[in-house]
Design a protein around this ligand. Structure first.
Ligand SMILES: C[S@@+](CC[C@H](N)C(=O)[O-])C[C@H]1O[C@@H](n2cnc3c(N)ncnc32)[C@H](O)[C@@H]1O
Length: 324
């Protein structure tokens, strides 16, 4: 027997909020983003046995106790258009650090999304008020997914997706951007300094880098203010190989041999050092405070952030003095 779906109306939110709490669980799914926004994306359904359950709007996906609720619950195609880091916990938690924290910065701006994947962050930036987003992604099938996600949610302008290597793209044409999002990519290259150089040359005043980091800098006790430091240098990059046939990883480039290419995970200190060189100051998202506030987000697919192996950096441009 089909169940009856009761659409939520804004004026009922307060009552429904109480109902959601009462009906669903002792352990309410944590609304990490704006509570009312999230509630508007839910609906209560009466089940055949007369019990009530909470569903994501227009979906058969049930909200379960302990779910991290957030922005992507309104756009759940993004849970399915990629197999890479596409869980609700992870996308909604990262949304807080990448988009919510930068909403004022993104509004009305021209944004570059490096390694745009299935369009998840380009889409979220547009929804946050960005004027235009350019996504550059090496893999055409992921661009196709992005385009179909955008079409599904009725977004027809304000974006461009370009297939190709980000280095070729930035070198190949004049690119002007206000904000650059470099998310999940900085450890899929060994050309970190070159990338920061190209980013700076776009004119970007704000750069968001979400990346794995090594603990190398913490292992060094020296004062790191010497640009020529040799012994105990904390500005390290851990070398690794990425298999280039994996859509989560680096694409095939001129450094590839035997199906893999060279990449490196930078230390926190290395990121700060390089950012400073190219004229940026650096702040970090306070992931420990986030997990403190939202312990339910401390799940398996967030262990890298929780374990300080991955960070979200904000680079703000302070000066502009190029040699050439
Ligand atoms: C781990 S995923 C990150 C996806 C997304 N930016 C995020 O943070 O959720 C890495 C992405 O980088 C893309 N990629 C790898 N090498 C690239 C390159 N040289 N230029 C553009 N995209 C690249 C991959 O195809 C993949 O979509």
């Amino acid at each position: 027997m089909p169940f009856r779906q009761i659409p939520l109306r804004k004026r009922h939110l307060r009552r429904i909020c109480a109902a959601v709490i009462a009906i669903t669980m002792e352990q309410l799914p944590l609304p990490v983003a704006g509570q009312f926004e999230i509630l508007a994306s839910l609906e209560i359904a009466e089940m055949p046995d007369g019990c009530k359950a909470v569903f994501r709007k227009g979906s058969s996906q049930r909200v379960l106790p302990g779910d991290v609720m957030g922005f992507f619950d309104q756009y759940e195609r993004f849970y399915m258009s990629s197999t890479v880091g596409a869980g609700a916990h992870r996308l909604n938690s990262r949304y807080e650090a990448i988009i919510a924290r930068n909403a004022a910065v993104l509004k009305g701006k021209r944004v570059l999304d490096i390694a745009s994947h299935d369009g998840r962050w380009a889409f979220a930036a547009l929804k946050a008020g960005a004027l235009h987003v350019t996504g550059v992604e090496a893999r055409q099938e992921l661009i196709d997914n992005a385009l179909s996600n955008f079409a599904h949610y009725g977004i027809h302008d304000g974006f461009t997706f370009c297939q190709g290597d980000i280095f070729d793209h930035l070198r190949g044409q004049k690119c002007d951007f206000d904000v650059v999002m470099c998310l999940g990519f900085f450890y899929h290259t060994i050309r970190h300094a070159e990338l920061l150089d190209l980013i700076e040359r776009t004119g970007a005043k704000w750069v968001i880098i979400d990346t794995m980091v090594t603990h190398l800098s913490e292992e060094r006790t020296v004062s790191a203010d010497n640009p020529r430091i040799g012994r105990q240098n904390p500005y390290g990059i851990h070398l690794m190989l990425d298999p280039v046939d994996n859509p989560a990883m680096a694409c095939s480039d001129s450094l590839a041999r035997n199906g893999s290419t060279l990449v490196g995970i930078p230390s926190r200190a290395a990121i700060r050092f390089m950012a400073k060189h190219f004229g940026y100051t650096v702040e970090e998202f306070d992931w420990p405070a986030y997990f403190e506030k939202a312990p339910v987000a401390r799940v398996k697919d967030m262990l890298d952030y929780d374990g300080r192996q991955r960070e979200t950096f904000y680079l703000a441009r302070v000066f502009h003095e190029r040699q050439s």
